[in-house]
Design a protein around this ligand. Sequence first.
Ligand SMILES: [Zn+2]
Ligand SMILES: [Zn+2]
Length: 210
Amino acid sequence: MAGWSIGKHWVQVDVREPFLTIFVDEERTRENEIPTHALGDFPLKIGKRGVLLRRVRNLDVARSEIWIDGVKVPPSEDPIPRRKPKKDTVCEVHPGGKGGYRDPGATAEAKRACGVCRVSLCDSCVAVDDVRCKACFETATTAMVKAERALRIKGPLLGVALGALVFVFGLALDIVRMAAIGLAAIALVGVRVGIGYAKERQEAKNRLPP
Ligand SMILES: [Zn+2]
Ligand SMILES: [Zn+2]
């Protein structure tokens, strides 16, 4: 199950009904508290940090997001290691170029290495999740947005495909009722998507920025 690396912690959300089970380093937190269909913001404590679990509508299902300091953190399939930099290195991505300090007084000491690409980072160049460099964080964010879009379309498409299959079989077997059920299923998917979309818009409008 995918999750979020926050510093040295690994956060996962299991959405089996009726309540969410939130794991922080495999320990349960806020157990039997948040119904799986509930939308909204739920504060979590991850180590010393305050993090927001946001449940948002994705047409007809709810989706989990993790926000830190107003930034949505892209999930990963596996925990991202929190790496130490090599000894006595300076930040390699600091404004000014690759370790780019001509002025010896201004070197930014590397405190961490990116858990993905291993570039050395100072405190201010590490992303909000405290494990990745900002470039790797951005790349993962792009992938997250794509995956969210794909997920959105998958459910309705499956419904339409099934409806079409029933319709075609109904025609082939000359069973009017079966063909009608197929058409009705397609219409139902359309209605559900329409309602889901309208609710989604409404909720997005009412939602406060994290
Ligand atoms: Zn830096
Ligand atoms: Zn990186």
